[in-house]
Ligand binder design. Structure first.
Ligand SMILES: *Cc1c(COP(=O)(O)O)cnc(C)c1O
Length: 397
């Protein structure tokens, strides 16, 4: 410590404490091993990343191209996005969930939902406040809390509770200090879906202890066997305590575009909007127009996309079952989350699978300590590649 902090030359390049506190990237070793194998000419199949391999539907691209030709779209947009986008989001919400939202005060477009999620604690939590964070979880809940100087209080997601936090296990002390609770259903990484009763319990607790709920619904449209996950905002009192984050990334194969939104409680939406007005100047307008085309347009391609993931899910689960590895079928999300089939740690198992089968799996521990003992497999590789991954996994099991 002492020697790094003293000399002016090192002091000048020293990151801030809050940056140093960010959790280390846990997959460095696996990433390095993957790159080494690729450099040696090996054919690596990556079931690690949750990034759709299917292209963005053509009518969305056409709208982007047309809007890009209009110089009116080349200037700064607004932090709050163009009115037409907020109205399209409100229409989509009403159609999909039967929930009415005021486009003026209850909807805020985001540069991808990750951006809004990571900034949310900074907008609403004070240093020393607690933020209730699921474990395992999508990493920005934790890092956003750390950057806000608030304290992460983990809520373990256990298989016996359907990977929903045991709300009765949260101490009174933590609940009193809590400013925000993050929830995420359909869940990444566990693929669990929440019920209205579970959401209702969380709303009750938030009302009793005066904290906000931030529900991440990035996978609300990726659900199988005809099911349709509910919105947190469908609960009668949800809007009084919380917001919901949505993304066009997974629904319309638009991960690289960076467009999503937050909606719900007007005061919480406004706090995030106020913070963001100091940080960014809105989404590139052609992307907003393309987002409108996605939300208002024909949803047939979405149904095809979901059918493709469902086929892949079945192929993976049935293939692994033949090899003696019994894995439950997820009802939603882009992931299969299952126990490591050996006595190894999740990291050791993933490292061995990569070495012997050249298949990348994500070790559960990377999403938080309660993820230990599990691995995550992503459905975002072409079907033939997934079949090849199954063949290789079968050989080494
Ligand atoms: C992919 C993902 C998102 C979406 O991120 P964008 O920034 O909108 O691309 C949000 N939450 C979870 C849990 C995710 O897995």
């Amino acid at each position: 410590m002492a020697e790094t902090a003293q000399t002016p030359s090192t002091r000048s390049s020293e990151p801030a404490e809050r940056v140093k506190q960010l959790p280390p990237y846990l997959f460095v070793e696996i990433d390095k091993a993957k790159r080494n194998l690729q450099a040696a000419g090996k054919d690596v199949i990556d079931l690690g990343v949750g990034d759709p391999d299917l292209p963005t539907p053509p009518h969305i691209l056409e709208r982007l191209k047309a809007a890009a030709d209009d110089p009116a779209n080349h200037r700064y947009s607004f932090t709050e996005g163009i009115r037409e986008l907020r109205e399209a989001i409100a229409r989509w919400y009403e159609r999909r969930f039967g929930v009415a939202l005021d486009p003026q005060t209850e909807i805020l477009p985001l540069l991808g939902s990750k951006e809004g999620i990571a900034h949310f604690p900074l907008a609403v939590a004070n240093p020393g406040d607690a933020v209730l964070v699921p474990d395992p979880c999508y990493p920005p809940y934790r890092s956003g809390t750390i950057l806000a100087g608030a304290e992460v209080v983990s809520m373990p997601l256990l298989e016996e509770n359907g990977f929903f936090p045991d709300l009765g296990a949260i101490s009174q002390k933590a609940a009193r200090r809590a400013k925000v609770m993050f929830l995420n259903y359909p869940n990444n990484p566990t693929a669990a879906v929440a019920t209205a009763e579970q959401f209702q319990e969380a709303v009750e607790l938030a009302k009793d202890f005066h904290f906000a709920i931030a529900h991440d619904a990035a996978y609300s449209e990726v659900a199988f066997d005809g099911s349709q996950p509910i919105s947190f905002l469908q609960l009668p009192e949800a809007k009084a305590v919380g917001v919901e984050f949505h993304s066009l990334s997974k629904t319309y194969n638009m991960t690289g575009w960076r467009i999503g939104w937050v909606c719900g409680n007007a005061a919480l939406v406004s706090a995030l909007g106020n913070l963001k007005s100091h940080l960014d100047s809105g989404i590139f307008q052609p992307i907003q127009w393309a987002g409108i085309a996605a939300l208002d347009g024909d949803q047939a391609l979405l149904r095809e996309t979901v059918a493709t993931y469902q086929q892949r899910r079945d192929l993976l689960i049935e293939g692994l079952a033949e090899a003696g590895w019994n894995v439950a079928k997820p009802a939603a999300s882009l992931y299969v989350w299952t126990r490591v089939p050996t006595k190894e740690s999740s990291m050791a198992f993933a490292a061995r699978v990569l070495e012997q089968a050249h298949v990348v799996l994500t070790p559960g521990v990377g999403f938080g300590p309660s993820g230990e003992g599990y691995i995550r497999m992503s459905l975002t590789v072409p079907t033939e590649r997934l079949q090849e991954a199954v063949n290789r996994l079968s050989k080494i099991l």
